[in-house]
Design a protein around this ligand. Structure first.
Ligand code: PBG
Length: 321
């Protein structure tokens, strides 16, 4: 026997030297929820350890994230009121835009402050866009709302707009609106290959979603891999500065394809259900929590993600220091 791969696995030092993938705090992004009209942080039962922040607890958490050297934060707003067109999303005093200005003032130099550009937290029907008379999600009417939402977020100072609505043409529409208003320098993150996933379950609690039904008429079918590549290509053509695959762990093939073909950075989102599964198994003593967290994020990096959105970002960054 000449080939003995075990030779390089013999000691911790050899394994460290030959590791093909490494984690670093700078490539971790923490999703955060900020709730309107609350004084104290509120726990999210399906996501132990994750909270809906008040503006005060949000400031403290931002500073902790900055101290640990993570790459950025992705902000979601939980508004007090909702309506059919998601007015809170475009209101400069809407919770997400207020949270964005707060984050920019607090940690704007240390972290890339990113914002979710989607209507679902703000609509009373819970869909990512506005509805047509027949109740379907109206793609092109939703683009008009996204244009206005993009301007509100850019004006609030967002460093990167996370286009997660899965409307066709959303990257081009937002790019055009930004460029027309002097925001040529504001980049976009296209949630290019976003699948209609059961793993978003806990997120619906986190943002108190009013959705009845599902998002299968606009988010992708989990059966489709080739279509994932098509969505990546389209977002790049429309001018996305970064593209995303979401969820992460059940879509590592799609992620590897994206990493192969994309000329722009490819990120992946380890979503709420992925977080909840690890937490639940660990709470039962069924898996080693820290090892499972590290292995899960490492696998997403290994498959090709340049950066990872994960609810473990700050804790993981602490371990990596
Ligand atoms: C849409 C959005 C969702 C998530 C991120 N952006 C919900 C959805 O598409 O249903 C899910 C993130 C997670 O599950 O952690 N605003």
């Amino acid at each position: 026997m000449i080939e003995r791969p075990r030779r390089l696995r013999a000691t911790p030092a050899l394994r460290r030297l030959t590791a093909e993938t490494r984690l670093h705090p700078a490539e971790l992004i923490l999703p955060m929820f900020v709730r309107e009209g609350t004084r104290e942080a509120a726990p999210i039962s399906s996501m132990p350890g994750v909270v809906q922040h008040s503006l005060d607890s949000f400031r403290a958490a931002l500073n902790e994230a900055a101290e640990l050297g993570i790459g950025g934060v992705m902000l979601f707003g939980v508004p007090e009121g909702k309506d059919a067109i998601g007015s809170g999303a475009t209101d400069p005093n809407g919770i997400l835009n207020v949270a964005t200005r707060t984050a920019i003032a607090e940690v704007g130099d240390a972290l890339v402050v990113q914002t979710d550009l989607c209507l679902d937290e703000f609509t009373d029907h819970g869909h990512c866009g506005v509805l047509a008379a027949d109740g379907s999600v109206d793609n092109d009417a939703s683009l008009l709302r996204y244009r206005d939402m993009a301007l509100a977020q850019a004006e609030a100072g967002s460093h990167l707009l996370g286009l997660s609505g899965m409307m066709d043409g959303q990257v081009a529409a937002v790019r055009d609106a930004l460029d027309g208003a002097g925001f040529e320098g504001t980049p976009t993150l296209g949630y290019a290959a976003k699948y209609a996933s059961a793993f978003y379950g806990p997120f619906r609690e986190a943002v108190q979603s009013s959705l009845v039904g599902d998002r299968r008429s606009y988010q992708m079918d989990p059966a489709n891999r080739r279509e994932g590549s098509r969505e990546i290509d389209l977002d790049v053509l429309e001018g996305a500065d970064v593209v995303m695959v979401k969820p992460a762990m059940s879509y590592l093939d799609v992620l590897a394809d994206a990493a192969d073909r994309s000329p722009v950075p490819v990120w992946a989102y380890q979503v709420s259900g992925e977080y909840a599964m690890i937490e639940a198994a660990a709470a039962n003593g069924w898996i080693d929590r820290r090892r499972a967290v590290e292995e899960s994020v490492l696998s997403i990096r290994r498959a090709g993600a340049d950066a990872v959105l994960t609810y473990f970002a700050v804790e993981l960054a602490g371990w990596l220091r």
